[in-house]
Design a protein around this ligand. Sequence first.
Ligand SMILES: NC(=O)C1=CN([C@@H]2O[C@H](COP(=O)(O)OP(=O)(O)OC[C@H]3O[C@@H](n4cnc5c(N)ncnc54)[C@H](OP(=O)(O)O)[C@@H]3O)[C@@H](O)[C@H]2O)C=CC1
Ligand SMILES: CC(C)=CCC[C@@H](C)[C@H]1CC[C@H]2C3=C(CC[C@]12C)[C@@]1(C)CCC(=O)[C@@H](C)[C@@H]1CC3
Length: 363
Amino acid sequence: MNLVVLVTGANSGIGLALCERLLSQGTRGLQLCLACRNMRRAEAARSVLLTSHPTAQVALLHLDTSSISSVVRAAQEVRLRYDRLDYLYLNAGIMPNPQFDVTAFFKGLFSSKIIPMLATGVGILTQKDGVTSDGLQEVFATNLFGHFLLIRELEPLLCHAGQTSQLIWTSSSNAHRSAFNLEDIQHQRGSQPYSSSKYASDLLSLALNTHYNKQGLYSSVTCPGFVMTSLTYNILPSFPAFVWTLLMPVFWLIRLVTNTFTLTPQNGSEALFWLFKQKPESLDPYAKYHSLTSGLGNNYTQPRKMDIDLETSESLYETLLQLESEVRKNFHGTSESERASQRGGRGISRGMDHLRVNTERFQ
Ligand SMILES: NC(=O)C1=CN([C@@H]2O[C@H](COP(=O)(O)OP(=O)(O)OC[C@H]3O[C@@H](n4cnc5c(N)ncnc54)[C@H](OP(=O)(O)O)[C@@H]3O)[C@@H](O)[C@H]2O)C=CC1
Ligand SMILES: CC(C)=CCC[C@@H](C)[C@H]1CC[C@H]2C3=C(CC[C@]12C)[C@@]1(C)CCC(=O)[C@@H](C)[C@@H]1CC3
């Protein structure tokens, strides 16, 4: 059987490590598609994979999850290339302009909250978000909405009679209910867009299970733990690479008390890879599957209940569908009379300011 696996953000870090592991386990006929925004880096990643697996089928796809037109074009291309999609890893993610609160970090170190702080980064990190050319909040668009649109566009390949497919999100233990607001799903008004987008992916995964399981499509969320990648190096940009290397023994010691310090992309991809081998029907839609590494360096996957509920997940799903239809209307062009009424001042997002899309762009 020719399994088709698509991984977003596959050119580095956890995504690339996952691809390496998928090829190493030797599924015959595996067709891997690396969906990346930077084709030069994508080519480099493909070369690395082909060096260790010269006969592997590794294709590239241009995809910028923060851009609506890129997502629509990429999905069109996937529908042309493949007649099935067995696994869709929703892994691409950003944490732009992170601000590390040193005072809160040191206070946390000497408090009872030290372990949760080190495991989740909650309370010590904020970010400054940007706005995409589509008028969406950048973190929301990249980490969540672009992926949502991709799933919706790939529905015909993902929902096939007599076959199951899996969506696997790279979420985070940094996802926190307090950072998320149904009235501001894009997190325009807060300073934790990363946490909000990851909490939203946890909720969305549950809603996708509610709506798509009967069509054979299953969704799960993972947390790779704390992994040294460009995303985390960027948190302390003043630290040269060698400082991180010097800190490794400290991190190995911390690993003795919190197994969430997976540290390497290979370790971090454990839960993503583990899910590849599971029967999707056996998975818990309320669980986040954590990659963990023991003090002795052994990797394992552990499900932990998420702080999510069906009602909120449904509300988010409805809001995303509304935003999708707004975006589609703009993308495929609105009728002249509609445009005239929008110009008349009511705006396309009547009563839905929180959805905020740059309606001019596609007109
Ligand atoms: N590192 C960690 O400790 C943790 C990471 N995660 C999550 O893991 C995932 C992978 O991150 P990680 O491997 O750490 O970091 P990397 O920065 O190494 O990987 C992120 C990947 O996402 C890609 N990407 C970013 N923006 C876009 C976009 N708009 N369109 C397409 N691709 C994009 C990057 O491409 P490019 O090379 O072009 O930038 C890169 O390939 C993220 O979702 C992150 O939130 C979760 C918990 C912990
Ligand atoms: C300078 C020293 C001694 C330690 C570094 C401390 C922090 C930089 C580090 C501690 C816990 C880390 C962490 C993350 C980022 C880096 C830390 C705050 C994440 C927030 C990265 C992204 C995620 O999604 C989380 C799961 C990580 C949780 C832990």
